[in-house]
Write a protein that binds this ligand. Structure first.
Ligand SMILES: O=c1ccn([C@@H]2O[C@H](COP(=O)(O)O)[C@@H](O)[C@H]2O)c(=O)[nH]1
Length: 268
């Protein structure tokens, strides 16, 4: 029997520390790297990031939108990047934020979670704003494929606060229920930005992982990670994209620095 996503994630976090590197090949970053904004540029950027950080972190989070910009040629690069990460033994958390009615979610689950799909990731981000129940089929598919999902609960952007604080309770409770009985860690996670002032829920009750974007470019620091997520120190996955990707010559050093500072603030 294969190991669940939660089990694999826990092992990677224990070995490599919590940091997740985001893979966001925006036109600005490609330009800063001296690369063309083209499928060839995306490919070069992605291969360089995979080669540079895959021994440093347990999880990499490609942002699908930056590959989708280039249509089928960008998706081909994304498929190759997912394959390269898997070959390197790095967990792939594909940031796609899909959310729709149940029958369509089944198709998204086939695209991103079914082991036979060329875009199959270890986990994906999902949006619950058609109701948490609309995600149940996708969650069932994820568990059947030993994959995981991260459901948006309190995202890192400031515009989200009013809407999400009104409904986050339903999302947290749905995730908690989905993880009941799973050990050492459930496979169903939440997204809680490192920029939020208060997650509004005892995250250690979830028995699942917490993706915490917002480190660096959006203003959150490793100290914020320690302050917000100490109760889930073995389950939090802080992610940084622009802050580590800005300069290829400093990519490895910045990844190590953010990783080590997150470890430090989570253990103090
Ligand atoms: O709440 C969320 C959920 C996802 N994101 C994504 O993470 C990265 C952040 O990039 P940075 O350069 O580290 O700011 C990006 O892909 C977002 O789409 C998020 O920021 N907040």
């Amino acid at each position: 029997m294969n190991e669940s996503f939660g089990t694999r994630l826990r092992a990677r976090l224990d070995k490599h520390g919590p940091l997740c590197v985001g893979l966001d090949p925006s036109p600005e970053l490609l330009h800063a790297w001296g690369l063309d904004d083209s499928p060839a540029g995306l490919d070069r950027f992605s291969r360089t990031v995979v080669d540079t950080v895959s021994d440093l972190v347990g999880v990499v989070k490609p942002q699908s939108a930056f590959y989708e910009r280039w249509g089928s040629r960008g998706i081909a690069v994304l498929e190759q990047t997912i394959a390269d990460l898997r070959d390197a033994g790095t967990l792939v958390l594909l940031d796609v934020k899909r959310g729709d009615i149940g029958s369509t979610m089944t198709a998204y689950a086939e695209a991103y979670l079914d082991r036979g799909s060329p875009l199959a990731a270890d986990a994906v981000t999902l949006s619950p704003y058609l109701g948490f129940g609309s995600l149940r089929g996708a969650i069932t598919s994820a568990l059947a494929s030993d994959a995981g999902v991260f459901v948006l609960a309190r995202t890192s952007n400031p515009e989200a606060t009013a809407l999400q604080s009104a409904v986050a309770g339903e999302i947290y409770e749905g995730v908690r229920a989905a993880n009941t009985g799973h050990s050492p860690l459930g496979s169903i996670g939440v997204v809680v930005g490192a920029t939020v002032l208060d997650p509004g829920y005892p995250l250690d009750h979830l028995n699942g992982p917490v993706l915490a974007p917002g480190l660096g470019a959006q203003g959150a620091s490793p100290a914020d990670i320690g302050r917000l997520f100490a109760p889930v120190r073995h389950a939090v996955v802080p992610s940084a994209s622009r802050a580590v990707l800005a300069d290829p010559a400093k990519l490895r050093m910045r990844t190590e620095r953010y990783r080590d500072e997150c470890v430090h603030h989570l253990s103090s």
